[in-house]
Design a protein around this ligand. Structure first.
Ligand SMILES: Cc1cc2nc3c(=O)[nH]c(=O)nc-3n(C[C@H](O)[C@H](O)[C@H](O)COP(=O)(O)OP(=O)(O)OC[C@H]3O[C@@H](n4cnc5c(N)ncnc54)[C@H](O)[C@@H]3O)c2cc1C
Length: 348
């Protein structure tokens, strides 16, 4: 495995910002992973694991240690107790995996079509969209444990999945390098059509939509929102949604309603969010003065989606962080809620 020096990280991310990695390697095998970990350990360097770079803001100074890109490939499938188990290498492109599952007529990830990044990135923040989350289908993950240098198989329960969280981005952040993820999908299962956008899309259909129809619809809807990486569309030079939908208590919800009423507004009602006691972060951002197309020089808000901070072309990481903080402060001032950023800030 080649270990390179001073490799620019910006081109390896969807935001396309940030400085170089002091050392950089791409792991194609389990042995490569162990070698890179050892390289960093013996030199006392911090190690950062890079997947598809679609949920990252890399600092302008870059990463002072080893950046290890996971390139482990291969997808295998087998029948087990009526399910189809897919064992996918962490370095596989996520959407390629979804395409394969749908082509095999296996339900469970069709609504997660078009999400950029790698298979190994999906358990980290329990990727979700249009009513599906990977935690609903992950059976286990195979991971290199940097604490004991061993490879472990962690069952779904041990991953501690929650809304955009797992142990990998909370209690055990930095400990595990994910090597392979196993998903149990449902052969011949019906597609999941729960979200309003999808229901609207299929409203006039006389036949039942197939998994492939739902995949196509999700990709089309995502493209219209700048949420599908589309060459030439600068609204997708982002990390997708920049803020998580905040969870609120009944008392907080009541307070929010009062503040909205004082401004002649009503908190929008989204049944799927309400059942999880969540408020739309996009609504809060939009109603704090940051509408679609908001311009702050080199950065701004996507013209197609209120929740995506975008690099207008010449942005530095500092510009993104400045806008993030400005939004967080304004939303807190007006609505009393501190929004939590979804992307991972690296090297700050
Ligand atoms: C246009 C756009 C749309 C998006 N839409 C959605 C969406 O609908 N829903 C959603 O949930 N997310 C969405 N995202 C965010 C992002 O695509 C996902 O979070 C994705 O799973 C990140 O995977 P990645 O491989 O790119 O990870 P990276 O961005 O490379 O890394 C993210 C984090 O995961 C860690 N990591 C990555 N791979 C591994 C591994 N093998 N082992 C250990 N740690 C690892 C990294 O260290 C880092 O902490 C979107 C992003 C963009 C740009």
């Amino acid at each position: 495995m080649l270990i390179e020096e001073n490799i620019p990280l910006a081109p390896l991310t969807t935001f396309q910002v940030g400085g170089p990695a002091r050392f950089f390697a791409q792991a194609q095998t389990l042995n490569d992973v162990a070698t890179a970990v050892e390289f960093a350990r013996t030199r006392g360097l911090p190690l950062f694991v890079l997947g598809g770079g679609s949920n990252l803001v890399i600092s302008d100074a870059g990463w002072p240690g080893m950046a290890l890109k996971i390139g482990l490939s291969g997808i295998e499938e087998r029948r087990e107790d009526g399910s189809m188990i897919f064992d996918a290498g962490a370095g596989e492109e996520w959407d390629k995996f979804v395409a394969r599952a749908v082509a095999c007529n296996c339900a469970g990830v069709e609504c997660l079509s078009g999400i950029p990044g790698s298979v190994g990135g999906t358990p980290v923040q329990n990727v979700g969209a249009y009513g599906q989350e990977v935690s609903q289908v992950i059976v286990s993950v195979m991971a290199f444990d940097r604490r004991d240098g061993q490879i472990h198989e962690l069952c779904a329960e041990a991953c501690g999945f929650g809304y955009r969280t797992s142990i990998f981005n909370t209690s055990e952040r930095g400990r595990y390098i994910l090597l392979r993820v196993s998903y149990a999908l449902h052969p011949g299962g019906a597609p999941h059509i729960e979200y309003a956008d999808l229901k609207r899309h299929f409203a006039g259909w006389s036949k039942k939509p197939a998994l492939a129809d739902v995949r196509e619809a999700v990709r089309r809807i995502r493209a219209s929102k700048g949420m599908l990486i589309t060459p030439g569309d600068e609204d997708c030079r982002s990390a997708g949604s920049f803020f998580k939908n905040p969870m609120v208590s009944a008392a907080e919800h009541e307070e929010l309603e009062k503040r909205a009423a004082a401004r002649g507004l009503q908190i929008p009602s989204y049944p799927t969010l309400e059942s999880q006691k969540k408020i739309s972060a996009a609504w809060l951002v939009e109603h704090s003065g940051f509408g679609k197309g908001y311009d702050a020089g080199n950065v701004g808000i996507s013209r197609k989606h209120a929740l995506a901070i975008v690099n207008r072309g010449e942005a530095r990481a500092a510009d993104i962080v400045d806008l993030k903080e400005h939004i967080q402060e304004r939303v807190e001032e007006i609505w009393g809620i501190r929004l939590e950023a979804e992307p991972v800030l690296v090297g700050f």
